[in-house]
Design a protein. Sequence first.
Length: 250
Amino acid sequence: MSMEALAQPGRRPNGPPPELAAEIADQAALLDHADPEAILSWAAGRFGAGLTMATAFGVEGCLILHFLAKIAPGTRVFNLDTGYQFAQTLRLRERIREKYGIEVEMVRPSTTVAEYETEHGGPLHRHRPDQCCHDRKVIPLRRAVAGYTAWISGIRAEETAHRAGGKVVQWDAKFGLTKVNPLLNWTRKKVWSSVIAWGVPYNELHDQGYDSIGCEPCTAPGEGREGRWGGQAKNECGLHIQEHEHGSGI
């Protein structure tokens, strides 16, 4: 089946065509224990210009960019710039460009932070963080992947229960395309040892006790994802939440 057929908007709400679903299942099994380079090489060869990557400049994303610079440097990479990111995160974008020549596109919501907070009578993240994440991350990601047939993410299985149900290759029912998770089966220790060994640029906030880094108002120092949305029963922004059976929406 052609890339054009796979990208038809009418197919997306109901999942992938049967032949693509079968291919995804086969590749998920074949690549389950493969290294990230092999997974990315398969994805670049399979999807070509239909492949894109979203990065929040976490340590995992930076490591994937290290691999991608060698395997498929022309892949479009974007960041969901909510308007609330740390200055250190934004500076890392320039360090990535200098190191790898990859210009990360900034995808922004339809409203500025000032406009958004005026609309909602103040910072919405303080009392409705799920809605804020939806408006400033989920909706922009849906727009950013329109017309693409696969996207790369830096999630790892050990991070959350939702992510533990993922596959290295899977159908993303939330956004209607194939999702590739090359570091899914890697531990945090393995990620960091590789980053240090290969001199991969990373966010300086990691050296200040921040394991996971998101938007500044909702991120504090802490191990794993415990520093995200402190004091609330929330540890996901919504991009990787399972919506359907068998991990199809993770």
